[in-house]
Write a protein that binds this ligand. Structure first.
Ligand code: ZN
Length: 244
């Protein structure tokens, strides 16, 4: 069974479609895990929700999903993120907002725990350093976990008597899952921020018990055009072209 792991779709359906196509080109996809921030920033929130609101797709809530359905206020958002969150909130129908409202903060799938930020702060924490990873591992009840939020593709390994070790994953890198507990991040399909504009995702193959990281090129110009037409900050579209 092969699972597509995607995060931070951010209302960018072109990026999401590219990821699904690329994953299916590599073989059949049996399940999808989405690690939050389905909406926010991009021009197609309703279409992004429709894309993940499917049988076989497990979704946890991100901060932008919570803001869009008023489970969280936007006081701690930066001005551009807050403007996009308010636009998203206003453009979603009641049914879409109810769907977001019903999403769990944490989900378990077999040996994996899924959470947008971290287990310590599910909605907010950018899990990027060993101290944060240690606190997260202390709460992790499964061998493996997947986080999103930082839009950075990584593998973090728990070590006996030493701080957890972070490793930035490369496109095409494949890693066997073994006895060590790990935290994985698939990066972002909808708004990469590592100077590489290609949409990011992960695959988990339970037959070989491996995970792999991937990047796929797509044309973000239609997304940019729709962002401008919607009256969202143009910067949110321009950044897609440079991955920043
Ligand atoms: Zn995000």
């Amino acid at each position: 069974m092969r699972t597509l792991i995607v995060s931070d779709v951010h209302s960018n359906i072109e990026g999401f479609a590219a990821v699904v196509r690329d994953a299916e080109r590599r073989g059949p996809v049996d399940a999808v895990w989405c690690i939050g921030d389905v909406v926010g920033y991009g021009p197609n929130p309703s279409e992004a929700i429709a894309a993940v609101r499917q049988p076989g797709v497990l979704v946890v809530a991100g901060n932008h999903d919570l803001a869009a359905c008023r489970r969280m206020d936007t006081l701690d958002f930066n001005p551009v993120a807050a403007a996009a969150a308010h636009w998203t909130r206003d453009s979603l129908g009641e049914e879409d907002r109810a769907y977001l409202h019903g999403l769990p903060l944490i989900a378990t799938a077999g040996a994996f725990t899924l959470v947008h930020g971290s287990l310590r702060h599910p909605e907010w924490e950018y899990l990027l350093d060993p101290e944060q990873a240690e606190a997260h591992f202390a709460l992790q009840g499964t061998p493996f976990s997947v986080v999103g939020h930082s839009h950075v593709q990584f593998l973090c390994t728990e070590r006996e008597g030493q701080p957890p070790l972070f490793h930035r994953a490369e496109d095409g890198e494949r890693v066997p899952l073994g006895d060590e507990r790990v935290i994985l991040n698939p990066g972002s399909s909808g708004q990469p921020r590592d100077a590489d504009p290609r949409a990011g995702y992960m695959l988990y193959d339970d037959a070989s018990h491996t995970v792999s990281w991937h990047r796929v090129e797509y044309d973000a110009r239609p997304t940019l055009r729709k962002i401008i037409e919607a009256g969202l900050p143009e910067y949110l579209g321009q950044r897609l072209l440079i991955g920043r």
